[in-house]
Write a protein that binds this ligand. Structure first.
Ligand code: FAD
Length: 536
C-alpha cells in the first residue's frame, strides 16, 4: 500500500473526484488503481468562501515499487507504515497474582482491556456504579438537585468522560500509534467508523454509555473482572512494595501490581495516598467560567456561507489571550452544539463542564474560558493546596448560585461592565438544574476576573460577535486537570517511591482528555505486563 497525503479537493467535491485526484497525482491509468481507503480527512477553512478538504489516503495500486522510485523526493507519496498494535507479552498459564486496576475511566478501561487481551485477568475496581445506574444518579443532580457523591459525572463506570462531548483528539506525541488502538477499540465497541479518519473525531454522550458496557463485556469474557461500588480506601505496602488494597467495605485484595487510574476528582483518594506517603507534587491547572453563545454565531464566524454544511458539522474554536497582568486566558473543552452540565462530585459545591450528543445540534456552543494558575504563585502552602483552592471556589459558586445547585451566571456585557445581571437576553443557558443571575466578580480571584474581562473583547476580534452582550457565563470551571502529579519513574512507569504502584491517566497528571488517558492506559498495561513477566 502507498500513503498519499495533501490531496486537496473542494468541500463539495463528488465521490468520483477522489480517485480522479489519485490518478492525476500519480499519473497512472484508472486500471492501475485497485482501491483506496481514507486514512485522514481534515478541512482548511482559512478561506471561508473556498473551504478545502485535505485527504491522506492509503491506496492499493499496480507497481508500487516503481511509483515509490519515481516519487522518492515527494514526501506526500510514501509506503503505508505498519501501525498495527502488537502486544508486548502473553501471560503465563500459572499467573500467581492478578493485577488490580483502580478506576474505569478511559485510562483504567484501556489498561484493563489490554491486560485482559494479554491474558493477565485484571481485577478492575470502581467506586461508582455501572453506567446505566450511574446515568440515573447523574440525572438526579441535573433534574432533582440530588447529588450522589459516589455516583455522578466524575465517578462511575466510564469515568469523567462518559457524559461529555466525547472529543477524541489530543496533541500528545504518539510514536507507537497507541491512539489508533484506542480508536479501533472504540469502533469495535460501537463508535462510528468515521472516528478512524476525521481529523477531529467525537462520539457524544449516548453512544459512549453503550460503548463502555461493550468494553466491560469484552474484559469479562477475557477473564477480567469489573467490580462496582468498590472504593479503594487504603493501600498495603511492605518495604516500599505494594502488597494489596483494602476496599471501603473492609475487603482486602492482595496484589503486587496496582494501576492507579483514579481521575482528577478523587480528592479523598489523593489525601489517602498522600497520608500513606506516596510521592506526589502540586501541578498547575486552570480555573474560570463556561461561556455559551448561539452555535449559529460560531458556525458563521468560522465557515461563512458554508455554515451548516454536513461535512463540517457544528464549528468549534480554540482561543488564547495573554492578558496584561501576565495571565493566560484560553478556551477549554469546547463543545459545539452541546449543553453545560453540573459536574460536582462533592455536596454543596458547584462545578461546570460541557457535553454534547453525537449530532451536536443543540442551540448553543459552550466552552470553558479559563485562566492558568500555578502552585508557586497561587497555592504554595502544601502539596494538596490546589484541592483546597478548587474547593473554596466551588463552595463560593454554590453560595452565589443560591445554595440549591443552580450555577451562578452573568451576561457577558454585564460582566465586562461590572454590574449584576437581572434578566437573560437572546441566549438562554443550558445548565440544569438552573442558573441564578448575579455578579460573578467574586466567583474567582481578582487576577482571573481581570484577565477574563480583558480576554472576551479580544476574542471578539477572532470570532466576530464573541463578546456579544447576551452571551452567558456560568461557573465555576475548576476541574480542568489534576491539581497534582503522582510522580512515576520514566522507565518502569511505577511510583517513584512505591514499587508495584502505577500512577496513570489524568488524575496522576499523565493525561488530559479521553484519548490521552486511553493511550496512557495502554502504556501502563504494557509496563505492568513486562514487570510481571520479569518476575518470572
Ligand atoms: P476518569 O475518567 O476521571 O476516571 C477515574 C475513575 O476512577 C472514575 O470512574 C472514579 O470513580 C474512579 N475512582 C476514583 N477513585 C477511586 C477509588 N478510590 N476506588 C475506586 N475507583 C476510584 N475529555 C476529552 O478528551 N474530550 C471531551 O469531550 C471531554 N469532555 C468532558 C466533559 C465532562 C463533563 C468531563 C467531566 C470531562 C470531560 N473530558 C473530556 C475529560 C475526560 O473525561 C478526562 O480527561 C478523562 O476521563 C480522564 O480519564 P481517566 O481514566 O484518567 O480518569
Amino acid at each position: 500500500m502507498l500513503r498519499l497525503s495533501e490531496i486537496k479537493l473542494p468541500l463539495n467535491h463528488t465521490p468520483e473526484e477522489l480517485p480522479a485526484a489519485i490518478l492525476k497525482k500519480l499519473g497512472v491509468p484508472a486500471s492501475d488503481l485497485h482501491g483506496f481507503t481514507i486514512f485522514l480527512r481534515s478541512y482548511d477553512a482559512r478561506k471561508k468562501h473556498n473551504i478545502l478538504l485535505t485527504y491522506t489516503l492509503d491506496i492499493d495500486v499496480e507497481n508500487e515499487a516503481a511509483l515509490l522510485k519515481r516519487f522518492h523526493d515527494d514526501r506526500h507519496v510514501k509506503p503505508t507504515p505498519d501501525t498495527e498494535y502488537k502486544f508486548v507479552a502473553q501471560a503465563p498459564g500459572n499467573l500467581a497474582k492478578r493485577p488490580i486496576v483502580i478506576g474505569t475511566g478511559p485510562c483504567g478501561l484501556f489498561a484493563g482491556l489490554v491486560l485482559a487481551q494479554m491474558g493477565f485477568k485484571p481485577i478492575i475496581l470502581e467506586r461508582g456504579k455501572a453506567v446505566r445506574e450511574r446515568t440515573k444518579d447523574t440525572w438526579g443532580l441535573w433534574r432533582k438537585r440530588v447529588l450522589n457523591p459516589e455516583s455522578n459525572v466524575q465517578f462511575g463506570e466510564g469515568g469523567a468522560g462518559t457524559f461529555s462531548d466525547g472529543k477524541l483528539y489530543s496533541q500528545i506525541k504518539d510514536p507507537k500509534h497507541y491512539g489508533e488502538k484506542v480508536l479501533k477499540e472504540f469502533v469495535l465497541a460501537g463508535a462510528p467508523e468515521e472516528i478512524l479518519y476525521v481529523s477531529k473525531p467525537h462520539i457524544g454522550t449516548f453512544r459512549l454509555v453503550g460503548m463502555v458496557e461493550v468494553m466491560r463485556d469484552t474484559i469479562t469474557k477475557l477473564g477480567g473482572e469489573v467490580r462496582f461500588s468498590s472504593k479503594v480506601e487504603t493501600l498495603q505496602r511492605e518495604n516500599g512494595q505494594i502488597t494489596g488494597v483494602t476496599l471501603a467495605n473492609g475487603e482486602h485484595i492482595e496484589a503486587d501490581h496496582v494501576v492507579l487510574a483514579i481521575g482528577h476528582s478523587a480528592r479523598d483518594t489523593f489525601q489517602m495516598l498522600h497520608d500513606q506517603g506516596v510521592f506526589m507534587e502540586a501541578k498547575p491547572f486552570s480555573v474560570g467560567f463556561r461561556i455559551e453563545h448561539p452555535q449559529s454565531l460560531i458556525d458563521k464566524a468560522r465557515f461563512g456561507p458554508n455554515a451548516g454544511h454536513p461535512i463540517l458539522g457544528a464549528a468549534d474554536y480554540k482561543l488564547v489571550h495573554h492578558a496584561s497582568n501576565g495571565r493566560s486566558v484560553y478556551s477549554f473543552c469546547m463543545c459545539p452544539g452541546g449543553t453545560v452540565v453540573a459536574a460536582t462530585s462533592e455536596p454543596n459545591r458547584v462545578v461546570t463542564n460541557g457535553m454534547s450528543q453525537y449530532s451536536r445540534n443543540e442551540r448553543n456552543a459552550n466552552a470553558g474560558i479559563v485562566v492558568g494558575i500555578s502552585p508557586e504563585q497561587d497555592y504554595p502552602e502544601h502539596v494538596l493546596a490546589g484541592v483546597d483552592f478548587q474547593r473554596a471556589l466551588e463552595s463560593r459558586a454554590f453560595e452565589l448560585g443560591g445554595g440549591d445547585y443552580s450555577a451562578p451566571g452573568q451576561l457577558v456585557g454585564d460582566f465586562i461592565a461590572g454590574k449584576a445581571s437581572t434578566a437573560f437576553g437572546s441566549v438562554l443557558p443550558s445548565y440544569t438544574p438552573g442558573v441564578h443571575l448575579t455578579d460573578l466578580a467574586t466567583a474567582l480571584p481578582d487576577f482571573a476576573i481581570t484577565a477574563i474581562r480583558e480576554a472576551l473583547p479580544a476574542f471578539d476580534k477572532t470570532i466576530k460577535g464573541y463578546g456579544m452582550h447576551d452571551a452567558v457565563l456560568t461557573g465555576v470551571e475548576t476541574r480542568t486537570s489534576s491539581p497534582i502529579r503522582i510522580k512515576r519513574d520514566n522507565e518502569t512507569l511505577q511510583s517513584i517511591n512505591t514499587k508495584g504502584l502505577f500512577p496513570a491517566g489524568e488524575g496522576a497528571g499523565y493525561a488530559g482528555g479521553i484519548l490521552s488517558a486511553g493511550v496512557d492506559g495502554i502504556k501502563i498495561a504494557e509496563a505492568v505486563a513486562l514487570s510481571i513477566m520479569s518476575q518470572g
